[in-house]
Design a protein around this ligand. Structure first.
Ligand code: ADP
Length: 240
């Protein structure tokens, strides 16, 4: 007899994923359709209302774009992970963190959030720089999104016991313990409404997880409501 538990489980995961993607795409499409139909009816006389409706259509189209972009990232990373031959190069970790800070800077500034960095100047690692940057950007963007103005976000790089550790700490809302085990699942959100409102797709952390795994590493979270969150990407410091 063959053990097909794993295959069954994979089939279920795939089926759930397709159902979730369809659901996530349906909502903005329905909204776009509704507003376009209303405008085509020709019953919206006020030009200000027409403009408002078109702005909503624009925002929903942007949202669809974000979901599709994240789905493509996820699928590319999973493919790299499956093939097990991620291209890596020696990278100065401090420079990589500063690239991430520069990318997220405007979004932090818009929310009056200070971004701090702590990383030894000579820290080098063999990583896939674009992917690791993307993972850190997702974590820093989340830290910004789920903090209040004035609460700083800190990115730390270090190595201990052959493990490269990249930590993103915030002093924001924090996450209740019951959510932590499912946090890295695709489309899992603690507060659906809040995530959607601030432009989240629910895919950011699953992309981070797969980028860490493609490097032979992992990702962890430590968090409690009211005392902020620390997400850590842990990678083997030397590959080969
Ligand atoms: P989203 O696009 O919704 O931010 P993610 O996969 O990036 O999706 O994160 C999943 C959920 O985890 C978020 O909806 C949010 O509830 C929670 N979360 C992620 N990062 C943080 C953080 N730094 N502080 C508090 N909650 C967070």
């Amino acid at each position: 007899m063959e053990d097909i538990t794993d295959i069954r489980h994979l089939e279920n995961v795939r089926r759930d994923f397709v159902a979730n993607v369809s659901h996530e795409l349906k909502t903005p499409v329905a909204s776009i359709k509704g507003f376009v139909e209303t405008l085509l009816d020709g019953r919206v006389d006020d030009p200000a209302d027409r403009r408002r409706f078109l702005e909503i259509v624009g925002r929903q189209a942007d949202r669809l774009g974000l979901i599709i972009e994240d789905l493509l990232s996820l699928s590319r990373v999973e493919q790299a992970e499956g093939m097990g031959d991620l291209p890596v190069e020696p990278v100065a970790v401090g420079d990589l963190i500063r690239t991430v800070i520069a990318e997220c800077g405007p979004r932090a500034e818009a929310r009056s959030i200070r971004l701090d960095v702590e990383c030894p100047a000579d820290l080098e690692a063999e990583v896939n720089a674009p992917l690791l940057e993307q993972a850190l950007i997702n974590l820093v963007d989340n830290a910004i999104k789920y903090s209040e103005p004035g609460q700083p976000v800190r990115v730390e790089g270090g190595v201990a016991g052959g493990v490269l550790e990249l930590a993103v700490r915030d002093e924001g809302a924090g996450i209740a313990a019951e959510h932590l085990p499912r946090l890295f699942e695709r489309f899992y959100r603690v507060d659906k409404g809040r995530s959607r409102k601030i432009g989240g797709t629910g895919l950011g952390l699953s992309i981070v997880k797969h980028i860490a795994q493609a490097h032979g590493g992992s990702v962890t979270v430590e968090s409690a409501p009211g005392s902020g969150s620390t997400f850590r990407i842990l990678l083997p410091a030397r590959r080969g």
